[in-house]
Design a protein around this ligand. Structure first.
Ligand code: GLN
Length: 199
């Protein structure tokens, strides 16, 4: 994609490389974002899975919290997976003391809602917005979306009704990890948002 806008992967902690590789495979020019100067060069941002309390702390230490909040408020598309969804949520239940999010998504999420690492699982999800063909989703100590505000909409839920994918304008939040099951449609949707905004 010659001349296409650059996209960033927040590279403070977590599975940064998997996202960067997937985006590059879709033809995107990828920047690893650790400083405000790097954030300023990108037109969209992926926040990876990892540990949200660590990503939160490091984002403040690296002076990225405010710039990222401003970019979200200005409409920059952001894809957050797992810990990244927690970082995008306006409210977080079962956060550690003093933990903050960037916010932007009008949802309440509960951290570690699916239990411990050993209770990780995979599920096939229907995501009508992505067309036919179910999504193979890997859940690794992921959050669940406990409530969805008026501004946000549900993209996917488990068969028991628990919400695991939400969208609000250019913000996309997933409880699971598409980047480790070879599912690229969410990243493609994110890149479409970035391209549409640049056009
Ligand atoms: N439990 C982690 C957190 O609270 C998220 C797990 C993940 O991103 N795979 O941030």
């Amino acid at each position: 994609m010659a001349g296409s806008p650059k996209v960033g992967v927040l590279a403070l902690q977590g599975d940064v490389r998997e996202h960067a590789a997937l985006l590059a495979g879709l033809g995107a020019e990828v920047v690893l974002v650790r400083r405000p100067e790097e954030l300023a060069t990108v037109s969209g941002l992926v926040i990876p899975g990892g540990e949200s309390s660590v990503i939160d702390k490091l984002s403040r230490i690296f002076g990225l919290q405010e710039p990222i909040r401003e970019a979200i408020a200005a409409g920059m598309p952001v894809l957050g997976t797992c810990a990244g969804l927690i970082m995008l949520a306006d409210a977080v239940v079962d956060a550690i003391d003093g933990q903050e999010s960037f916010g932007g998504l009008d949802v309440v999420v509960r951290r570690n809602a699916f239990g411990r690492q050993v209770e990780s699982f995979e599920a096939e999800l229907d995501v009508p917005e992505l067309g036919t063909g179910s999504v193979k989703a890997a859940f690794i100590r992921g959050p669940v979306v406990e409530s969805v505000g008026e501004a946000a909409s549900v993209l996917a839920a488990l068969p028991d009704g628990r919400v695991v994918a939400v969208e609000q304008g250019g913000l996309l939040g997933l409880s699971f990890h598409p980047e480790i099951t070879g599912e690229s449609r969410f990243h493609a949707r994110f890149l479409d948002r970035v391209a549409a905004r640049a056009a």
